[in-house]
Write a protein that binds this ligand. Sequence first.
Ligand SMILES: Cc1cc2nc3c(=O)[nH]c(=O)nc-3n(C[C@H](O)[C@H](O)[C@H](O)COP(=O)(O)OP(=O)(O)OC[C@H]3O[C@@H](n4cnc5c(N)ncnc54)[C@H](O)[C@@H]3O)c2cc1C
Length: 159
Amino acid sequence: MFREMRRKGQLLNDADVVRILDEEKSGVLALAGDGGYPYAVPLSYVYDDGRIFFHGAKSGHKVDSVRRCPKASFCVVAADDVVPGEYTTYFKSVIAFGKIRIIEDPEEAMYAALKLAAKYNPSDSEQGKKDAVMKEWRQLCMMELTVEHMTGKAARELI
Ligand SMILES: Cc1cc2nc3c(=O)[nH]c(=O)nc-3n(C[C@H](O)[C@H](O)[C@H](O)COP(=O)(O)OP(=O)(O)OC[C@H]3O[C@@H](n4cnc5c(N)ncnc54)[C@H](O)[C@@H]3O)c2cc1C
């Protein structure tokens, strides 16, 4: 049911898509929000072999939306170089679709939280990362987006 990209020449290969997800710091998670309005919320994330982990609070618009409808899409922009003379931007981006779930199992949640810690503070020790996670543990809600369809696209000039 997922659409093909119309401009096939601008499609990035799988390795480039994963590289973007590994290198970028944040993206925008789109959820079915309140009253039929989409809720697009910027988040830090980590990509882990076909899934994307997020962390957040246990209450709020985001988790309420996930509980109501697990279908989500996540967009990461990797390049946005405006070229004024050409009235264009040299861009690179990734869009993933999938279902998102709240991770209830503590071991799974710890795994995901440590993956996030490793991405954002790679030089910290294993114990340091664990301590940082434990400090937030009680209010931490870990979420997993299982990717069902994912594409990367770049301006023709960057292909
Ligand atoms: C680059 C970046 C990375 C972030 N990383 C994380 C992360 O990893 N984990 C995390 O929990 N949060 C992160 N945030 C904050 C995140 O965007 C949300 O504000 C937060 O997750 C709370 O979401 P909520 O739906 O529970 O908030 P609620 O307070 O329940 O949202 C209620 C309303 O507040 C408004 N609102 C909420 N968030 C924002 C926002 N960011 N900007 C403008 N209006 C807003 C919206 O109108 C929303 O409907 C990040 C923000 C940025 C910009």
